[in-house]
Design a binder for this molecule. Structure first.
Ligand code: PLP
Ligand code: TYF
Length: 394
């Protein structure tokens, strides 16, 4: 049996983690995998998470099973964090999932159950796990234009033109904020135009939000998504707590399905619980419980959002420092996009050879498509990166 197995392609981002570890140079710089790091290069446990864990250790009396779709209190807290009051609670079906990836996977399986012939439209480019999971499930997939390599911004005209061609019932996968891998995002006015096109065509939005609070703020980052959820008849949302709560390995995420029809909500809720049961039964609870405790407690929540804000502003300051440094060295504004992008990532627009030279000659690791993780920098490494970028001719 096992001899029938083929080698599977490695995840290029995770491969880079190993290459970086194996590099003996002490001045190497890791701008690869999308994990937040502070100025010391550490991915810290957030203060509120530590406090909630301590409280949980003292008060938790059982580790018996929770609900198949997770704890209702977690669903309520996350629906409120992501959707705020944009939709009524009773219009949302939700299930806790192992991470945002679990939510993406369950969303795709739900789509497949409901509409096996639907095509999933992904942005070009997108997070590589999107096409990978879609292909693995044997679903149809196509790309819509998204990134303009000249401006390093959104090719909004191209995007709208492609979205306008999508048939009714197909699904459009959008990034809620902090687009991975480009860092280029829609304005609220552009979200409104996207909604108008989706309403016209009858395509269904599916929004992946993995970085709420890393871009312009917790509310600002969800503004586009909330407009979509309130104005479209059906919206799927996959949310991750990995980054904004810093609980990557706890595997904490949620799938939310918004529908304006109460009977459809009920059948959807039943199907989400069914899907959890088929795939792993009860979803992990530890991370979800910590998130619930933080969101439901005034003091913990205030401390968490203050720390998240420090993280966000730190990354923004690094963006501005890098753009300024490059303006000095290049004598032009062609790197100004770095300060306009939001989230952990920016796509530099360099060639694979330039990315390779950065790694070989400068010990600077970024993903092959020239995506860099801003959080991998600190005040001292920004000038080093800027000089290397100019040296390799980007
Ligand atoms: N979606 C996007 C766009 C991401 O970048 C990530 C990465 O972490 C995820 C989803 C899911 O992350 P996780 O499964 O670790 O919560
Ligand atoms: O894009 C990233 O770097 C993050 C982390 O298979 C990640 O989203 C990378 C690869 C992967 C899972 C998570």
């Amino acid at each position: 049996m096992l001899s029938n197995l083929k080698q599977q392609p490695a995840d290029k981002i995770l491969q880079l983690v190993q290459m970086y570890r194996d590099d003996p140079r002490s001045d190497k710089i890791d701008l690869g995998v999308g994990v937040y790091k502070n100025a010391e290069g550490v991915t810290p446990v957030m203060r509120a998470i530590k406090a909630a864990e301590k409280q949980l250790w003292e008060t938790e009396t059982t580790k018996s099973y929770t609900g198949l779709a997770g704890e209702p209190a977690y669903q309520d807290a996350m629906i409120s964090l992501v959707l705020s009051s944009s939709v009524a609670r009773e219009n949302v079906a939700a299930a806790a999932t192992p991470g945002g990836t679990g939510a993406v996977r369950q969303a795709l399986e739900l789509i497949q159950m409901a509409s096996p012939d639907a095509t999933i439209w992904i942005s070009n480019p997108t997070w590589p796990n999107h096409p990978s999971i879609i292909k693995y499930l044997g679903m149809k997939m196509r790309e819509y234009r998204y990134f303009d390599n000249d401006s390093r911004g959104v090719d909004f005209e191209g995007m709208l033109a492609d979205l306008a061609q999508i048939p009714a019932g197909d699904v459009v996968l959008l990034h809620g904020c902090c687009h991975n891998p480009t860092g280029a995002n829609l304005t609220n006015a552009q979200w409104a135009e996207v909604i108008a096109v989706l309403q016209e065509t009858g395509a269904i939005p599916f929004i992946d939000i993995a970085y709420q609070g890393f871009g312009d703020g917790l509310e600002e980052d969800a503004a586009g998504l909330r407009m979509v959820a309130s104005e479209m008849p059906q919206t799927l949302i996959a949310a991750s707590c990995s980054k904004n709560f810093g609980i990557y390995r706890e595997r904490t995420g949620i799938l939310m399905v918004v529908t304006q029809d109460a009977s459809l909500r009920d059948v959807t809720q039943g199907n989400l619980a069914f899907l959890n049961r088929q795939n792993y039964s009860f979803p992990p609870d530890h991370g979800a419980r910590l998130v619930t405790m933080i969101l439901d407690d005034k003091a913990l929540r205030a401390d968490w959002s203050a720390e998240l804000e420090e993280v966000r502003l730190g990354m923004l300051a690094l963006r501005e420092q890098l753009a300024k440094e490059l303006q000095k060295l290049a004598g032009s504004d062609r790197f100004a996009f770095l300060a306009q992008h939001r989230g952990m990532f920016s796509r530099l627009g360099a060639t694979p050879e330039q990315v390779e030279t950065l790694r070989r000659d400068h010990g600077i690791y970024m993903v092959g498509d020239s995506r860099l993780n801003i959080a991998g920098l600190n005040k001292n490494s920004v000038p080093i990166l800027a000089k290397a970028i100019i040296d390799v001719g980007i």
